[in-house]
Each structure stands twice: as C-alpha cells, then as structure tokens.
Design a binder for this molecule. Structure first.
Ligand code: AMP
Ligand code: ZN
Length: 118
C-alpha cells in the first residue's frame, strides 16, 4: 500500500474521493486533466505515493519518480504529440508556484511553448 495523506487533494483523487478525468493509470502513477489548463493538452501526472515536494524524494523513490517520465512518454506516444513536442515541468515550493503539495509533473502540449517560463 502506498503512503497517503488524508488532507492531500491529489491523494483524495487517487482514492476516488474527488473526481478527476483520469487518462492514464499504471501500478505507480496516474494522470488526469488539469482543472485549469494552460495548453490544449495539460495533464497532471502523479505518483501513487504521497511525496510533498521534490525536497522530500528519498533514494528509494527513484524508480517511482522515473515512472512519471515513462508515463509522459507513453501518453505523448499514444496521443500523437511525441514528435511535435511537449513540456514536462515539476514546481517545488512557493517560489516556483507549487500549490498542491503532492509531487506532480505537468505535461503540456498542443501549442508553442516559450522559454524561459515566467
Ligand atoms: P502546481 O501549481 O504546480 O502545484 O500545480 C497544481 C495544479 O493542479 C494546477 O495546475 C491546478 O490547476 C491543478 N489542480 C488543482 N486542483 C485540481 C483538481 N481538483 N483537478 C485537477 N487539477 C487540479
Ligand atoms: Zn498526496
């Protein structure tokens, strides 16, 4: 059983207590549509284990965190935007704009994305 936090929004989505449009599921991760999309495709990919921030990732979590990137790769291939391109980004703490404290990769595609980000 994965560690969970009863006060965490994304743990509640994992538990089915809050609805989300889940588009991908594996043993270690799920992806769902962001409620406030910043691109034509904007998914949130989360591990099934509650980890609050990048700072809280432990060595034993490396495969779990890697599986978030495998999810992004597989979704991009399945949805046909792998070759056009896409962005994955994970914010850490307030200065970077993290608002939900359960690590997540944003997966953005479907429009041209500028760099550097704001
Ligand atoms: P961050 O600001 O990096 O922590 O990203 C949190 C993301 O979660 C934001 O893009 C929000 O729009 C998104 N979000 C918040 N609540 C929900 C929800 N109930 N379902 C889907 N996405 C959500
Ligand atoms: Zn959580």
């Amino acid at each position: 059983m994965w560690e969970s936090n009863p006060d965490c929004l994304f743990c509640k989505i994992l538990a089915g207590e809050i609805p989300a449009e889940i588009v991908y599921e594996s043993d270690s991760a799920i992806a769902f549509r962001d409620i406030n999309p910043q691109a034509p495709t904007h998914l949130v990919i989360i591990p099934r284990k509650h980890i609050a921030t990048i700072n809280d990732i432990e060595t034993g979590d490396n495969a779990l965190v890697g599986s978030l990137y495998s999810a992004a790769r597989d979704i991009a291939a399945a949805d046909g935007f792998a070759d056009d391109g896409y962005r994955v980004v994970m914010n850490c703490n307030e200065a970077a704009g993290q608002t939900v404290f359960h690590i997540h990769l944003h997966l953005l595609s479907g429009r041209s994305l500028s760099w550097p980000p704001g």
